[in-house]
Ligand binder design. Sequence first.
Ligand code: P6P
Length: 336
Amino acid sequence: MTRKTLTQYLVEQQRESGTVAPEVRLLIEVVARACKAIGHAVGKGALGGVLGSLESENVQGEVQKKLDVMSNDILLEANEWGGHLAAMASEEMETIHPIPNRYPKGEYLLLFDPLDGSSNIDVNVSIGTIFSVLKAPHKEGGQAVTEADFLQPGSSQVVAGYAVYGPQTMLVLTVGAGVAVFTLDREQGAWVLTNDNLQIPADTKEFSINMSNMRHWDTPVKRYIDDCLAGEEGPLAKNYNMRWIASMVADVHRLLTRGGIFMYPWDKREPNKPGKLRLMYEANPMSFIVEQAGGRAITGTERIMDIQPDQLHQRVSVVLGSRNEVDRVKSYFDAK
Ligand code: P6P
């Protein structure tokens, strides 16, 4: 039996469940094609002269890698002309990127982290592209799109997805009707459906957190991890394993595939920041995917996708993955 391609999957979703409007199908296919191009550039590494950092810093004050900027440009150029977007926003750009007047404008907003985990680029560890799609608020008389139009809760997302550039190049996607997984057939250059209903195991024995921050954590996080480390003799009565790739896409892909809990909680290092990860183009799209796969995604106390954003680049505390384990962590916060 020949496997379905992304195009066939989207056409069938559009026909059967009506969850994919024609413009959304075009949007997804354009973004997926851009991810292929990004994966190709990433794969060249030193041979493509794309490794290393630039002199510049992004809006987060982080040194930009050459591939960060290249990936951002690939996504901008791929999506500007299609007529499906009103504007774009990116981790790599301080302000929103309206569609140039020379192109038609559409009804959707695209947000992305063009290359997440870029500290791993130069050491050949899996990285990825994360994207989220919102409906643009209706505007009278051709009023310009503003940053405020992007500030919608994660529950408003129309599409969320990521590409992971690892041993396989894979695309994980939800349009709100479950989670589909595509593997890039490098010979054909086609995204091929390899799982049409990804479900996260409800339980896990594997946690994912940067342990070097332990002394900075809030009490509920310290108590939970201590109980995990206590193993079978401890209150959780099971031995846990730990993984930390420092690439959210890779860590989340692992827990989607075999279960797990991923945590980047608030810590005392920068007490005024709610967390390290960004809400709009990291936490929200990953939360949409995780929930659609039967998992949970919270800050520790509240559902991430319920947060009403007030800034485009705002950060958030993240605890997501196997639903029973996330519920367990929430009980530690509730007991605080
Ligand atoms: P740390 C990558 O820079 C990133 O934004 C996420 O992909 C990843 O989970 C996290 O930061 C890693 O942070 O502090 O462990 O380097």
